[in-house]
Design a protein around this ligand. Sequence first.
Ligand code: FES
Length: 107
Amino acid sequence: MITINFIAAHADPISVKGRIGQSLMEAAVAAGVDGIAADCGGMLTCATCHVMVAAPFVALLPPADGEERAMLAFTATPATPASRLSCQIMLNEALDGLTVELPASQY
Ligand code: FES
């Protein structure tokens, strides 16, 4: 298990545990993180699992592929260079302490 930190715009930060091999979205949903809707269940068709990855962790992630980049154009809160879809981030040991910001809205 690794620790993941979610920073919400208008709420206290929340730390949750995630399993290796699970997606960041799955860990957030399992822990009931408010602010990750994930309407499509990870099928890369909703863009409601949007997060902004904290700077030190960006380099630890494989770059977004074309499909993810295309979906980032449909986020409710405009995407930034740090934006990712959390269903496409697979957890591994190196991501222990991963910190992401939640967007102001997913809709
Ligand atoms: S859960 Fe729908 S795009 Fe990530």
